[in-house]
Design a protein around this ligand. Structure first.
Ligand SMILES: Cc1cc2nc3c(=O)[nH]c(=O)nc-3n(C[C@H](O)[C@H](O)[C@H](O)COP(=O)(O)O)c2cc1C
Length: 171
């Protein structure tokens, strides 16, 4: 079955289910030059009266440059049986190989020419509204135990990107 356009509001419960329990592919760039990586952190909901999606990207990721340079990003939820692709895209860097080709994924484009994958079950096309670096100085007492030991020492703190969901596709 092919992906078809959908109203993001109609996908809300499916999205909460998919993103709550599954990982997704975050993609940015153009059809000609893009990169994708596995993300586990993603929230969908209403902000500033808009349907939005927030993702978090560490500055060390190759994808980070694509997120900075492009106005749009996409979130593609692949079927559960594509663990191979989720694993490769979450452990290898686009600096070293063409992950999209290696996984046999088919690039389609949405609003703003943003690339996403035909093999996905759910896709959100987002236009960046806001970006802010997470800041260890803002961690509150409960987070000192739950957050700092796990995320403090492994590298840069993630940049949060909130985008307006301007298009959605589902199967
Ligand atoms: C299950 C899983 C979830 C991940 N979630 C995130 C995430 O939310 N943000 C992030 O910056 N990296 C996340 N990563 C790590 C990146 O996917 C990984 O470093 C990837 O190789 C980066 O690729 P790139 O260098 O091509 O951008 C995750 C990895 C896995 C396996």
């Amino acid at each position: 079955m092919r992906l078809h356009p959908a109203d993001p509001r109609d996908l809300a419960s499916g999205l909460a289910h998919a993103l709550g329990g599954q990982n997704a592919l975050l993609t940015a760039g153009t059809a000609e030059r893009c990169n994708t990586m596995t993300i586990g952190w993603c929230q969908v909901g209403r902000l500033w009266g808009l349907q939005t999606c927030t993702v978090y990207v560490r500055p060390e990721r190759y994808t980070y440059g694509f997120m900075e340079e492009n106005e749009y990003f996409t979130v593609s939820v692949l079927p559960a049986d594509r663990k191979d692709a989720m694993s490769l895209c979450g452990t290898k860097s686009g600096r070293d190989l063409d992950k999209i080709k290696a996984c046999g994924l088919t690039v389609r484009t949405g609003a703003g020419g943003a690339p996403f994958f035909e093999e996905a079950e759910l896709v959100l096309v987002c236009r960046k509204l806001y970006a802010q670096d997470l800041d260890p100085a803002c961690v509150l007492p409960a987070g000192e135990e739950a957050v700092l030991p796990h995320y403090g020492a492994k590298g840069g703190w993630h940049r949060a990107y909130t985008g307006e969901i301007v298009e959605a596709h589902s199967k």
